[in-house]
Design a protein around this ligand. Sequence first.
Ligand code: HSE
Length: 431
Amino acid sequence: MYPVKIGICGLGTVGSGTLNVITRNQAEISARAGCEIVVAHIGARRGADIDGIKVSTDIFAVAEDPDIDILVELIGGTTVAKDLVMAAIAKGKHVVTANKALIAEHGNEIFEAAEKSGVCVAFESAVAGGIPIIKAIREGLAGNKIEWLAGIINGTGNFILTEMREKGRDFSDVLQEAQDLGYAEADPTFDVEGIDAAHKLVILASLAFGIPLQFEKVYTEGITKISIEDVGYAEELGYRIKHLGVARKTDNGVELRVHPTLIPEKRLIANVNGVMNAVLVQGDAVGPTLYYGAGAGAEPTASSVVADIVDIARSLSADPKHRVPYLAFHPHALNDTPIVGINEIETAYYLRMSAEDKPGVLSQVAQILSDGGISIEAIIQKPPATLAEHVPLIILTNRSLESRLISAISKIEALENIAGEVTRIRVESLG
Ligand code: HSE
C-alpha cells in the first residue's frame, strides 16, 4: 500500500519525541495503520541534520511540499502556527496538532476551513498529553449525556503543587525544574495562571456538550497565590488542593472554570501527583469514569500525536462525510447553550482569615455568613503564637452561590478585628 508521508514542523520537545517514537515503533505503527508511515520532511527554524529526511528552515515549505499527506504542527503559538495550519489545509493536507491554544482560540475557523477542504484536523495531544481523552469523550462516550467533567489538565501546575505539599519546596524552584524537564509552556505563566488549562478545558467542554469553542468565556484563576499554609490546613480538613478545570451542565447553561480546588483526599483524582493528569467524566449512562496518565513530556505527548497520525492514515480511503466530527457533534448540530458567569456558580468554599484573638470575633464572622444564607461545615482556629495578636481562622462552608459568598467576604474584610484579605478557595466533592 502507498506509504503515508508525514511532515513535522517544530523539532522541540514534542517534535523530537514524535520522531523518536515513529522511528522506534515503526513496525507496530505501520501494522496498526495498515500502511507505512514515513517522515518525509521536517520544518525546523534552526535546521537539523537527520539521516534520510529532508529538512527545511522555512516551515511553510512543508505545507507546500506536494509529497506530504499529513502536516504535524508542533511549533506552538497562535500566529505563525495558525498561518501554517491554514496553508496546509488550503493545500489539501491533513493536519495533526498538539497546539491547545490554537484549537481553543481558532478551532472554529480551522475546522470550518478543514471541512470545506475535506481534510482531517486531529488534536488528541492538545489535551492531557498522553491520555487519549479526546477519543474517549468523542467516541467512547458517544451514547451519554455528559453531565460534568473535571480534570487536572496542566502537568506543570500539578508538579508544582505536589512538590510544595510533599517536600515543602519553593514555588519558583519547582517551576524552574518543570521548565528544565520540558513540561512547561514557552511562557510558563500559561501554566501557573491557568491559561493552558483553560485552553484544554474549552476543548473538552465542546466535545462533551456540543458547544462551539469559547475560550474567552472561561473563568480562570492560577495557582500562584496558593500558600504552604493553605495546603497544610486543607490536609487537616481531609482535602488536597488541586488546580482543576471544571465544565458542568446546569439548568442555567454550561459552567467553564479553572481554579485551585479543595478535593476530598479519598477521591482518586486527589491522589494524582507530579506531572500526571487525570480527567473525571460523568455520563448519565456510564456514571463516573476516570482517565489518568502523563500530561506532559516528550514521548507521552508524542504517543497521542502518533495515534492521530495512525487514525488519519486509516481514514484516508474513507468518504470524508463518514469521518468522526472534529468536536464530536456534527457541525450543524452544535448548540448555543450559554456559558454561566462565575457569580452564578454554586460550590462549597474554604476561607482563611487572620482574626484578632478576642471574644466575639468568631460570632461576628459566623453572623455575616448566616445573614448571607451560607452555612458552616467546619472551623479550625489555631492557638495564638506567643504575643501574636492575630490567629488564623479557617472555615469550610456548605454550598453557596458565589455572588453571596463574595458579598459575605467583603463584609468580613470590613470587620475591625479581621486583618487583611480573606483567602477563598472553592471546594468540589466530585462525588
Ligand atoms: N505545559 C503543559 C503542561 C504541557 O504542563 O501540562 C502539556 O500540554
